[in-house]
Design a protein. Structure first.
Length: 231
């Protein structure tokens, strides 16, 4: 049975963990400090219940430091805060990421000036978080995908429109992308709705979808939507 490591304990990490367990995977989530995370009774920045509450109800999920999670994981999912993803993955340690696929679903959003957040200038337009992760960890296979939608849809596309909407993917390694597509098929994504945009530089465009995504969400107050490419 494959072990998947999730770097990140927020809603996205929890959503992946629950789904992957139902699909029969072993899951280990990574955090900066395990005892602090499990002791905390503070709601997250979106007002969701503390991680400890979710963790108590999901007993098959394991938890460790970022490095312990990355050591155990055969595939790594980066579901950490985008502005701190390089730090989180650095704590996971390059040697534990070497030769492994990093599925990057994070967005480099800066919330420091309130809502809506903006893309971090150094990680947008002529750069992206996906590229920065690939540059920082050249021995890993970074595959960017699923970052353009609410996490409930990432693992359950059939929730809306019969699953007939578009998910983008990019990365430098064809085999890594094929492995990630196979995993997404298990989530319910059909191949005709997975659009391969090429190498990791396509992450610039994928992350740039966020400003319009956020605007639509604030207008409709509904995150369960997606785009479909029609031609
Ligand atoms: N919410 C969605 O539906 C959605 C959709 C698309 C993409 N995304 C992206 O998915 C990612 C995860 O989102 P989320 O809302 O689940 O969680 P989040 O609050 O953005 O990130 C939580 C994780 O980031 C880690 N973190 C925070 N500051 C850190 C630092 N200074 N150094 C290292 N790690 C740090 C936390 O570590 P600890 O565990 O130690 O606290 C935690 O594991 C984000 O990049 C977001 O943009 C979210």
């Amino acid at each position: 049975m494959k072990t998947i490591a999730i770097i990140g304990t927020g809603t996205v990490g929890q959503t992946f963990a629950s789904k992957l367990i139902t699909l029969g995977y072993e899951v280990i989530m990574g955090t900066r400090n395990v005892s602090d995370k499990l002791a905390s009774t503070v709601k997250d920045k979106y007002g969701n219940p503390p991680f400890s509450q979710w963790f108590a109800a999901n007993k098959r999920v394991k938890i460790g430091t970022f490095a312990e999670a990355a050591t155990s994981g055969e595939i790594i999912i980066n579901a950490s805060e985008g502005t701190n993803s390089i730090n989180a993955l650095t704590l996971a340690d390059a040697k534990n990421l070497s030769g492994k696929i990093i599925i990057d679903v994070a967005n480099p959003l800066d919330f420091s000036r309130g809502m809506p957040p903006c893309l971090v200038p150094e990680l947008s337009n002529t750069n992206s978080l996906g590229e920065e992760i690939q540059k920082t960890f050249p021995d890993a296979y970074v595959v960017k995908t699923l970052n353009t939608m609410w996490c409930g849809l990432m693992i359950n596309p059939n929730m809306i429109g019969g699953g007939d909407h578009t998910n983008y993917i990019c990365g430098n390694d064809a085999n890594a992308k094929a492995t990630v597509i196979a995993l997404m098929n298990e989530f319910g994504w059909r191949n005709e709705n997975i659009l391969d945009l090429g190498d990791i530089t396509a992450a610039r465009g994928m992350e740039a979808i966020l400003p319009i995504w956020l605007r639509i969400w604030s207008t409709t107050q509904n995150g369960a939507f997606n785009f479909k490419i029609v031609s």
